[in-house]
Design a protein around this ligand. Sequence first.
Ligand code: G3H
Ligand code: ZN
Length: 288
Amino acid sequence: MAFVTTKEMLKEAQKGRYGIGAFNANNMEIIQAIVETAEEEKAPVILQASQGAIKYAGLDSIVAMVKVMADKVNIPVALHLDHGTDYYQNIKCLRAGFTSLMYDGSKLLFDENVGMTKKVVEMAHACDIPVEAELGQIGKMGDSDEPGVALEKVKESMAVPEEAAKFVELTEIDFLAAAVGTIHGCRTPFAKLDIPRIEKIRELTGVPLVLHGASGVNDNEVRKGIAAGICKINIDTRIRMIFTKKMKEMLEENPNQIDPRKILGPAKDASKEIIRDRMRVFGCSGKA
Ligand code: G3H
Ligand code: ZN
């Protein structure tokens, strides 16, 4: 099935009260793992590329890999720009064939964020491409950060529901990534979602909500988040952890191995299991 836009997918998810996994596409094996698992699970899926991944793999290479793999399967596949802090990166992704964009102006003042987001929305909507934007600040765990301290910090930068309503109205974005308690890069699921805040934002904005930093959220909280209005669930760290753990194990067990395929193949297979597990928890398995 050819690429589809994220808009259709998330509207369905919003109606059906389930979440769609948005998995970060960092290399060929991870892209294969995501698409193959989605096909096996009959799940609609979003592959997303960050600016870092684009720098690493090349914009055209990412689009080509995802397109070729999406064409071979019978499920809806979307390709999304993740945390596009750069306006020009959004233009390049639109031109390259991404089926949704994210303008991340969360580090800007409210009015500046509105202004820049609006510019991206005008351009993207002219091409029928939806846009996600961020409000509040979803921080990132540093290697030496204490979970307790990080959680305290998170409380100071959550999205305010009334501001979210204004933001959505002024920018006309399609999906909102609101800071609601998560932190990027958590290696254990210790984050706490602010469920009443999610419900209020959902009620005031009406748009599908996006949960960033979902590696740090346990299954029970994720399900509560979905019931409250989360439709797109971003996962990167958990796949990275499992992929590299398997690579290390393979190298330790076979120190003389020089065939990268024998190291990366099992890492891909291990990634498929966590992706499958996430899809089942999000409730999108069987929805394609
Ligand atoms: O934008 C990407 C995600 O929010 C991934 O977060 O690495 O904590 O899973 P994560
Ligand atoms: Zn994120």
